[in-house]
Structure formats: C-alpha cells, structure tokens
Design a protein around this ligand. Structure first.
Ligand code: BTN
Length: 248
C-alpha cells in the first residue's frame, strides 16, 4: 500500500529552529507523517555536530519534515538519511545541476556544500518512532560569510532565482517515492543509488582519523552508515560518524 505524505505545512517568519519546533509540536499533538515546519529565518539553526546553521533571511529553504518509519530498527536508521540525500540530489538534477553526496549526508555541487541534513530520531523499543528531518537547502542566497567558505547555492550555480515552493514540492514528491522504496524493503536499490552519487567514491584522497593523516579510497558505506576505506597500504578501515575527517 502506498504511504502518502501529508501536505500539512506550518510556515513561520522567524523561529529558533524548525527541528526544535517540530519536536515541540510532536509532544503536544498527533502530527501526520509528512508534516512540515518551514521558516524564513532561524535564530538558532542547528547543524551537524552541534554547529550553527546560518542562512540569510528569506533566501533559502529551511524546513523539517516528519517521517514515522516504525518498520525500521534503530540499527537501520541510516536508511532514512540515504533517502533524504537522494531526494535532495534529485531536486538538484531537475534544475540541470550536478550534485553529489558527501558522506554521511551533505549535498555538494562541485566541492561546495549546497545542502545540509540533520535527522533527529526518537525510539520506541528497538524501532524508530519519529524521524525529524531538518533540511537547509541554499537556494537564492548570493553571498556567504567568509567563515563558511565552502558553501554555494542554486542561485550561485545557475545564475537565476528559484521559486522555493516549487523546490519544496519537488523534494516532498522525491522523498515520497524513495520512502516507498524503503517501505517495500528494497534497500539494495537505495544503497546502490547512494553509492552512485557518493563524493570521492573509489578516488584517492587524504583523510585524518585524529591519530594520523593518510591517503585512502572510499570503498563503501555499510548498511549502518559507517564509511569503509581502503588505505594506500591496502588496509580496510571502517569509521563511524565523527571519527574521520576529509582533508580536501
Ligand atoms: C549540517 O550541519 O549539515 C546540517 C544542517 C541542517 C540545517 C537544517 S535548517 C532546517 C533544520 N532546522 C535546523 O535547526 N537545522 C535543520
């Protein structure tokens, strides 16, 4: 059975963080799967690893969408991350721009980050109850602070302004399709599509694991989301989130 995502959307001019707001609403009321909280501006936008997510007022897409993948075990949580990355990459394809996914879930155009994804899951037993998926997609912003040098936007890449409502609808619809693939259990298809778009897959590059810097090639991403690398010396290594840094 097809699980349609709700079109319920709450729009705020200014808010602390759309993830925070969606998490707050979830405590107060029953929200449908697909419910979206969107804002023009966040005063405390949350990034990956406790970073702040900066975005010029009204220029970019800042939203959080709710999924309820209760069929997924906690150990499979990374599948949600994969389908979100794939949905964003498809939104960008539609604008005839090439993007790739930098593990675990940054979306790049060239070497610059155009979108960040922050997923916060809540659990019930060994299953995922709620996935609050926060997306910051740089759409119409023309200039980024020098403290975030590796950022870009669709505008900077394409030279024209975009209708953010259309981009959001494209995302919702791409996510709905990939979510269906996940519900049907076709995880191989998801993992292959993710690998096809993976930044630096099978290419030599420099990494640091906190102890040393080394050259390696990405050889895969495990079902649980760990990055697998083969070093120049032929050693197979596996890293979880926060355990490795790209030096490019
Ligand atoms: C990253 O650091 O790459 C993840 C950034 C995620 C930012 C988005 S913006 C909308 C949503 N609300 C937040 O507070 N964060 C996410």
């Amino acid at each position: 059975m097809i699980r349609k995502l709700s079109r319920n959307i709450r729009i705020y001019g200014e808010i602390s963080s759309t993830n925070e707001e969606l998490n707050r609403l979830l405590k107060e009321e029953e929200l449908e799967e697909g419910a979206i909280v969107k804002a023009d501006f966040q005063t405390s936008g949350k990034g990956y690893q406790g970073n702040i997510w900066q975005s010029e007022r009204g220029m970019n897409l800042l939203f959080s969408i709710l999924l309820k993948p209760e069929f997924l075990k906690i150990k499979d949580a990374f599948q949600v991350s994969r389908i979100c990355s794939l949905a964003i990459a498809e939104v960008i394809d539609k604008q005839k721009l090439d993007s790739c996914i930098k593990w675990p879930n940054d979306i790049l155009i060239g070497n610059r980050k155009v979108c960040g994804i922050l997923i916060e899951n809540s659990m019930l037993g060994d299953r995922i109850l709620h996935s609050v998926i926060g997306i910051g997609l740089n759409v119409n912003q023309g200039k980024f602070n020098s403290d975030i040098p590796a950022a870009t936007s669709l505008f900077l890449e394409k030279g024209c302004q975009f209708d953010m409502n259309i981009i959001l609808e494209d995302f919702r619809s791409a996510l709905e399709s990939w979510y269906q693939v996940l519900i049907m259990g076709h995880t191989e298809r998801i993992m292959d599509a993710y690998l096809d778009r993976l930044y630096l897959f099978d290419e030599p590059a420099a990494y640091s694991d906190g102890e040393s810097e080394f050259m390696a090639r990405i050889s895969g991403v495990l079902p649980g989301g760990e990055l697998e690398l083969v070093t120049d010396a032929g050693e197979l290594r596996t890293y979880g989130f926060k355990e490795i840094e790209y030096l490019v």
